[in-house]
Write a protein of this length. Sequence first.
Length: 73
Amino acid sequence: MAVERIDTDRCIGCELCFKTCYADVYRMDREKKKAVVKYPEECVLCCWCIALCPVDAIVFTETKTVPPMTSWG
């Protein structure tokens, strides 16, 4: 899964997704006062945005997968 888009009908412009995303996926559309998915390819699948969105406005897709990561150390 990965973030696909924001349901603008549900989004209340609280900025929680924008402020908590350390992968820098979201931007705020200041005119519409809504969050937008600007860099979906940067999504690291942490799912904090889904957990924190008070109105369930974040739409995820099931097509993205993250390749396995090897940690040496």
